[in-house]
Design a protein around this ligand. Structure first.
Ligand SMILES: Nc1ncnc2c1ncn2[C@@H]1O[C@H](COP(=O)(O)OP(=O)(O)OP(=O)(O)O)[C@@H](O)[C@H]1O
Ligand SMILES: O=C(O)c1ccc[n+]([C@@H]2O[C@H](COP(=O)([O-])O)[C@@H](O)[C@H]2O)c1
Length: 207
């Protein structure tokens, strides 16, 4: 199974990296693709450029062979809809199971995503617990009831369509807090890799 971890990564931090690594290891994924969104839908535009967010992710992933930077959303003009990304991955990977990784917060808003009902036709959903994330309601809760599985082995038996809730280490780190620290001249050390911190400071990204 190939993991698909999308984000704004403005900037990437240990909340992303640790959870990506834990999901990759727990499910023994061939690879966890890390995809920065050029134009993330449904939020304010990122502060850092697509190139800077990609560079920071590349620095963070140095020396990791199973966490892989995938730049396809950066190369695609217009809003970075996940359904388009999954269509392109599905075309490349045939019947190989794909697992779209989502925080609980993102899963709770899934019914607002573009062509959201197509997402589970293209991939499984791997939903990670996140500090402060509530229980889903409405359409995502119904989807979880219909498609949720407790046995991770079932994910490898078909290419898409199941939902698996996965426990990961809770790290209450957010890119919003890191940007605020930088703007206020406070330290962000130990929340993200030193190489990323040095890059964003050298380029005065969030001052
Ligand atoms: N600390 C964390 N623990 C678990 N998952 C996280 C964490 N931070 C982000 N994620 C998940 O990573 C994905 C991408 O997150 P994103 O790049 O928007 O980071 P963020 O820190 O939430 O950013 P921002 O504060 O700018 O909204 C989302 O699915 C989100 O739920
Ligand atoms: O496809 C959509 O409509 C859609 C709507 C909201 C979020 N997403 C994706 O979800 C991922 C996490 O989003 P964010 O805003 O938390 O960085 C990122 O890959 C976004 O492109 C995708």
């Amino acid at each position: 199974m190939i993991g698909v971890y999308g984000g704004t990564f403005d900037p990437v931090h240990y909340g992303h990296l640790r959870t990506a690594l834990e999901v990759q290891e727990q499910l023994d994924l061939e690879a966890m693709l890390m995809l920065p969104a050029r134009e993330p839908p449904h939020r304010d535009p990122p502060q850092a450029s697509p190139e800077a967010r990609r560079d920071m992710l590349a620095l963070a992933l140095q020396g990791q062979d199973r966490l892989v930077l995938d730049g396809r959303e950066l190369e695609r003009p217009g809003p970075s809809y996940m359904v388009d990304t999954l269509e392109s991955l599905r075309a490349e990977h045939g019947d190989c199971p794909l697992g779209l990784v989502l925080g609980e917060d993102a899963f709770g808003g899934l019914d607002g995503w573009d062509r959201w009902e197509r997402l589970t036709e293209l991939a499984h959903l791997l939903v990670m617990a996140r500090p402060g994330g509530g229980r889903p309601a409405g359409a995502p809760a119904r989807l979880l009831t219909e498609r949720g599985v407790d046995d991770a082995a079932r994910l490898k038996s078909r290419p898409a369509g199941l939902i698996y809730q996965i426990e990961v280490t809770s790290l209450a780190i957010s890119a919003t807090a890191i940007r605020a620290q930088q703007a206020a001249g406070r330290s962000s050390r130990y929340l993200l890799p030193d190489a990323v911190l040095e890059y964003l400071q050298a380029n005065r990204l969030y001052c």
